[in-house]
Unconditional design. Structure first.
Length: 475
């Protein structure tokens, strides 16, 4: 149903890549046997006192700087009280009204806040396929409880499921390149909640929002948000009210089910954590964090587009994978006559041959070799088709592109008479295509170019072949 605008905000939980937990010395783990990385502090035993993880604070400040947030010189930790099996203390240490980072922006989406907290334990639900003592149970692994988290909360600036997907992608690559988290969604290092509402087109008043909880893949996020927009639109269209509640999206069935009514801040009974002093961020800490923040993906993509003339899509594809961008810039710095646009066009060709997840720096194709190959094409010493063959051989054996060209006889065909004769044979072999080209049908010229390229084994320059065909048929 049209006439309604979706309004979406995201709450992204990011496990930080520290060695130990947020408030104790237990080491972090993934995949270890359950309940072996615990201590009196993370289990909340009486008399145990928390200590703030300094490296987690460094990472939070770096995230804030990357997002353009205001770093609070003084922030507070609070107790967020709730009684779930995954909370051994009966509360979570988090930040409430004075977070470490406020404001900011990423990819045109405003950031509301960034705050530090600890993760909960992991609930494991054992169903029919894995009964414990003959009955269905839920068990708890406390290894994860106390893991340092940063929560990034956006303003409700997103207007579609696709925009939510795009923003989360940008945030994920930004955090990965910062080095503050491995952001592996399948391991729970990055989890996303979406607050979704709809309102009549043109209205500035926010509708009643629902929360989709703990979506751990980009695909599920997009599908879940789209399903909730559709559900709310049908409800409002039927004259029914949208209830504020927390929902679970089942990607297998596509169903949304209610988990609980949505809690407000007063439901958690926040109060200052009595065992922790205020967190102070000094000028020295800010300077150290600034020094660790690299050029970020969005900034790098903008530089490629603005300074090198690369298309927005190609610039984004390069910058969003640091290993590709580094390889491209290394090739660009090598001596070669191809411009940055021409050189950038060869990166996808290389990725196609080495595998989409491979690091080109670990392939047999040195950056200088790719720059040299692109230069050979730019100078028309090698046709583009022949260059693709050379690239495949570089991937297999490495070496120098020019040496492969000379060894395998792949240099551009420079005998004008030989090429002209090949063009004449192609025209004579397909009079129908020749007549169409002569009559102004430009698409038909491909039927004549193909035979010439096959006869010359890709050594002919496509532009020169096209010129000769048109010259012959315009007489």
């Amino acid at each position: 149903m049209s006439g309604y605008e979706p309004v979406i905000g995201l709450e992204i939980h990011v496990q930080l890549k520290t060695r130990t937990k947020m408030f104790c010395g237990c080491e972090l783990s993934f995949g270890d046997p359950p309940n072996i990385h615990t201590c009196p502090v993370c289990l909340g035993l009486p008399g145990a006192l928390p200590v703030i993880n300094a490296r987690a604070v460094d990472f939070a400040v770096q995230i804030g700087l990357a997002l353009g947030s205001e770093i609070a010189p003084r922030s507070l930790f609070h107790r967020k009280n709730y009684f779930y099996p995954d909370s051994p203390k009966g509360y979570q240490i988090s930040q409430y009204d004075v977070p470490i980072c406020l404001g900011g922006e990423l990819g045109g989406v405003r950031i509301h806040r960034v705050h530090l907290e600890e993760d909960a334990a992991k609930l494991v639900h054992v169903g029919d396929s894995g009964r414990i003592h003959g009955s269905d149970r839920s068990v708890v692994d406390y290894n994860r409880c106390g893991t340092p988290l940063v929560e990034v909360v956006t303003e409700p600036d997103l207007r579609s499921a696709e925009q939510a997907h795009e923003f989360l992608t940008l945030l994920r690559v930004t955090l990965r390149q910062l080095g503050v988290s491995d952001v592996n969604m399948d391991e729970g290092s990055l989890r996303c909640d979406a607050n979704v509402s709809i309102r009549p087109d043109g209205s500035e008043t926010l509708g009643t929002k629902t929360e989709l909880k703990n979506m751990n893949s980009f695909r599920f996020l997009e599908r879940g948000v789209r399903a909730e927009i559709e559900r709310q639109t049908k409800l409002v269209g039927a004259g029914e009210a949208v209830l504020q509640e927390t929902l679970h999206y089942d990607p297998a069935s596509g169903r949304l089910t209610s988990l609980r009514s949505k809690e407000e801040a007063h439901d958690y009974r926040y109060f200052p954590e009595p065992d922790l002093v205020p967190l102070l961020v000094t000028e020295e800490m800010l300077a150290a964090a600034h020094a660790e923040v690299p050029e970020l993906p969005a900034t790098r993509a903008q530089r490629f587009e603005r300074e090198l003339g690369i298309s927005a899509g190609r610039a984004r594809d390069l910058a969003f994978r640091k290993e590709l961008a580094d390889y491209f810039e290394a090739a660009l710095a090598a001596d070669g006559e191809a411009g940055p646009v021409e050189l950038s066009n060869w990166i996808p060709q290389l990725v196609e041959r080495i595998g989409s997840d491979a690091d080109p720096a670990e392939s047999r194709v040195a950056p200088q070799a790719l720059a040299s190959l692109a230069g050979l094409v730019a100078r028309k010493q090698v046709s583009r088709d022949a260059a693709r063959d050379v690239l495949s051989k570089l991937v297999a054996e490495g070496g120098d592109p020019m040496a492969i060209v000379e060894r395998d006889g792949l240099s551009t065909l420079d005998d004008g008479d030989e090429l002209a004769a090949a063009v004449d044979r192609a025209i004579a072999a397909d009079p129908d295509a020749a007549a169409k080209v002569a009559g102004g049908n430009t698409k038909a010229i491909g039927a004549l170019i193909g035979p010439v390229m096959r006869e010359t084994k890709g050594r002919a320059d496509g532009g020169e072949v096209t010129r000769l065909i048109r010259e012959r048929l315009s007489r």
